[in-house]
Design a protein around this ligand. Sequence first.
Ligand SMILES: O=C(O)CCC(=O)C(=O)O
Ligand SMILES: [Fe+2]
Length: 306
Amino acid sequence: MFERFDLAAFEADSTDATAVDRICRETGFLILQGHGVPQQVIADMQAAVTAFFAQDAAAKEQVRAPYPGYPYGYIGPQMEALAASQGEETPPDLKESFNGGPLRVPANASADALAFCYQPTLWPDLPGFRPAWEAYYAAMEDLATRVMRVFAVALGKAPDFFAPYIGEPISALRALHYPPTQGVPLDNQQRAGAHTDYGSLTILLPQPGSQGLEARAPNGDWVAVPAPADAFVINIGDLMARWTADRWVSTLHRVVAKPHQPARQSLAFFHQPDWDAEIVPLDGSDSYAPVRSGPYLMDKFKSTGA
Ligand SMILES: O=C(O)CCC(=O)C(=O)O
Ligand SMILES: [Fe+2]
């Protein structure tokens, strides 16, 4: 069900993205190889994140999100249930996370944006953590811009079609740690409950070879998403589905919990257009009312009890 797309090959001739259009219509998940992100940037980030989660609870609590709804910092175990964003009541997800926001605050940021996505990231007191995080964030921002060029071509637009919408993106980076599971989880309890992502696209890097990430196929089956060492997993978010008037799908996915699983780590970069970007269906239809990216994200975010 999951197909590969080679970004380097596309960039060499910049013409054919029909496979991406098909993949985004059918599964909303693609495996991106030829991405060019230096292996060292990835390895440094993974090491930094491993060191962060290995700390004791008190150290992690020092950078906890200071109030419910604060978008960044540490969110401890049992604090979030992603299925709530689908209106499902479930026990909390079996995970912890560390979250950070944009590396720069634009000079003209609005008060609303400053109070939400431009709140400061809370840096842990760990040598090397911040530079590794920022290098990875910057690499993801760059990669997302390149993938948006592919998306533009896949949608029959000029490669730089999305540029005016993503000059100051309000993307977030989330490091996820799923501790080893013990006995049988509670009914409906998952490592990450079934949800769709909110934004334009997500760049996922599950720990290579790790298991548990599943996407829901059109026939309702849950299908394991591979975690290859040489590629990123890209998936479409709700805002892109809306932007394309549902030509592309924002697919339900989850990370399953089973008894006695080893720990699992994953990195998720949630790309989100500029705060003020106005998202209007690209087919010219009125299938969705216009929304602005920032307020749209804020409304979505409030639904998970984070
Ligand atoms: O842990 C993963 O690989 C996926 C997590 C996820 O889907 C999310 O945080 O939105
Ligand atoms: Fe997700």
